[in-house]
Design a protein around this ligand. Structure first.
Ligand code: HEM
Ligand code: HEM
Length: 198
């Protein structure tokens, strides 16, 4: 197990991550069974849970994003979002090639702390959840405004539905890779899933 002082992610990041993971899992779970309000349909309790936990996710994901700019320990913001820097993009390309080479040989890629590819994928996860939470909240506000808000509520709902498939893909891919890393001895889950003091 990683020594406390050697953890790649500090306690507040781990706390944010746990809250976001629990909220997002509750979002995708409720979305499967909830009844959305419609013409002759009343919303149910599951939908209310989806709304409330979604609004909570909105605040927590923006808080994590803002925190990446000021924290001393953890992945730098530039690594999470490498898209605007030529140097960061070339490092991402090289790291992607290393991963592909390992996968072609049926090997689990080496875990590198703050590796370019893993960090960029984590950043895309943040953007995806920001998008889901923002479209959800936009739909919610639009519906409160009656006729004026109906058209953008409808547009926000369309985007929300389209990107919801990516949330499933992200959750399965990201959590699956974390489990593979744990069992292949590359990175313990406790690097992220522990709330012990630093
Ligand atoms: C949909 C829910 C989830 C989201 C949005 C999410 C997002 C993220 C993000 C943004 C990071 C990077 C954090 C940072 O550097 O500040 C991260 C790291 C991590 N996540 Fe998740 N996560 C989710 C669920 C999970 C689950 C269910 C697991 C495990 C089963 C998991 C395991 C990990 C691990 C081990 C790391 C550290 C990876 C490393 O240090 O390279 N995550 N996650
Ligand atoms: C990160 C936050 C969120 C995630 C991950 C999420 C995820 C999902 C998923 C997976 C679906 C199912 C889409 C489908 O199968 O068509 C869905 C539907 C929906 N969500 Fe969210 N959601 C989030 C936040 C919100 C918020 C904040 C609201 C409103 C306050 C909201 C309102 C809705 C509505 C109205 C639908 C139903 C769309 C329909 O019936 O066609 N969501 N959401």
């Amino acid at each position: 197990m990683t020594a406390e002082s050697d953890r790649p992610h500090n306690r507040l990041t781990r706390l944010f991550h746990a809250v976001i993971a629990v909220l997002v899992i509750s979002q995708v779970a409720t979305s499967q069974f909830m009844t959305t309000p419609g013409k002759n349909r009343e919303e149910d309790l599951l939908f209310e849970i989806h709304e409330l936990t979604g609004i909570a996710t909105f605040f927590v994901i923006f808080a994590l994003w803002a925190y990446t700019f000021v924290r001393r320990r953890g992945t730098r913001t530039g690594l999470l979002f490498p898209w605007f820097s030529g140097t960061a993009r070339s490092a991402l390309w090289i790291d992607t090639k290393h991963h592909l080479q390992a996968i072609r040989k049926f090997r689990v890629p080496e875990h590198v702390r703050n590796g370019s590819l893993a960090s960029a994928i984590h950043g895309l996860g943040i953007i995806l959840i920001v998008l889901m939470a923002t479209t959800g909240v936009t739909w919610f506000i639009g519906m409160q405004l009656g006729d004026i808000g109906k058209s953008w509520a409808g547009a926000a709902k369309e985007v929300h539905e389209i990107f919801s498939n990516l949330v499933w893909a992200y959750l399965i891919g990201h959590a699956g890779f974390a489990l593979i890393n744990q069992f292949a001895g590359k990175q313990p889950l406790s690097d992220m899933w522990s709330l012990k003091k630093d």
